[in-house]
Design a protein around this ligand. Structure first.
Ligand SMILES: N[C@@H](CCC(=O)N[C@@H](CS)C(=O)NCC(=O)O)C(=O)O
Length: 282
């Protein structure tokens, strides 16, 4: 999706030449785009926007993407948002590398449907990320930050939904019932993928595609949050195969502290309370 001139208040980006990616290392949607860029050998200028420090809640950033989220791709001054649309756009750029989207319109339609499902689960992914990976106190936004989030940039209904989610999270965390519904939503989606992988190496058959890329980002994040991928044996094998690819491993690396310190300590704490993902579904 391309933003219109009226939506862009930080006009300097309209003069940027070449490919620029505004992204955050730990953001799943940013990881999707970076994996494809690395797989296809696409060079870009990186603008790291640290979500943990709320760098996206600034007049400058909200003036680029009034939706208030990453990633954003700027190509020769044109602002692209929505990770799955960015993937399709990047895949269509002239390149000698293999394409990630199929070439027939029928298959493309089917791929878009699956990507829409993946995108529709994004709130569930966030519920499980924020609920099970780190204590709420570390990641919740202050009322002052939320007020800024509401105020800056062009009006945008999807940013208001973001603000509402973060306000609810600051007040109540992720209630058990919400967490269970998000786990169930992924369980159903992964069961379908698991069936598709029964007789084929990749989700689209014998070649790696954008579906493998996009769904891997979710399975990878959920695994880190303590979701047992073993519930889906074919998907689990597929996941391990993808994890061995250098671009996938490098671009989804969350950093030593998160993976080896913060997440395990928080998981141990939840285990004592009997509220890990596995325990909640026993
Ligand atoms: N549908 C959007 C979702 C983008 C999104 O929600 N990005 C998250 C990171 S994965 C974000 O920027 N969150 C803002 C925050 O954490 O405050 C896309 O696919 O690009």
């Amino acid at each position: 999706m391309i933003l219109s001139d009226e939506q862009i208040q930080t006009k300097e980006v309209t003069t940027w030449k070449g490919l620029h990616l505004l992204h955050f290392r730990g953001s799943s949607c940013s990881q999707k785009v970076r994996v494809m860029m690395r797989e296809k050998g696409i060079d870009y200028t990186s603008h790291h926007v640290n979500l943990a420090r709320n760098e996206h809640v600034s007049a400058w950033y909200l003036g680029i993407n009034p939706r208030g989220v990453v990633p954003v791709l700027v190509h020769d001054g044109v602002v692209h948002v929505e990770s799955n649309d960015i993937l399709e756009y990047l895949d269509g750029l002239p390149s000698k590398a293999p394409t990630f989207f199929p070439q027939t319109e029928n298959e493309r339609e089917w791929v878009r449907e699956s990507l829409d499902l993946e995108d529709s689960l994004h709130t569930d992914l966030r519920n499980l990320t924020m609920g099970f990976m780190t204590p709420r106190g570390i990641v919740k936004k202050s009322e002052e930050t939320l007020a800024r989030y509401e105020r800056e940039g062009a009006e945008d209904p999807s940013r208001m939904k973001e603000v509402a989610w973060w306000r609810e999270f600051a007040e109540r965390g992720i209630p058990d019932e919400t967490a269970k519904a998000s786990i169930a939503a992924y369980r159903a989606a992964f069961d379908t993928l698991d069936a598709q992988l029964e007789n084929s190496k990749w989700l689209l058959g014998d070649r790696l595609s954008v579906l493998d890329l996009a769904w891997f980002i979710s399975s990878n994040r959920l695994e880190l949050a303590g979701y047992p991928l073993k519930w889906h044996p074919n998907l689990h094998k597929w996941h391990k195969r993808l994890k061995r690819r250098r671009a996938f491993a490098q671009e989804t690396n969350m950093g030593f502290m998160i993976v080896n310190v913060v997440v395990p300590i928080y998981r141990a704490f939840r285990a004592l309370q009997g509220t890990t993902i596995r325990q909640m579904t026993d």
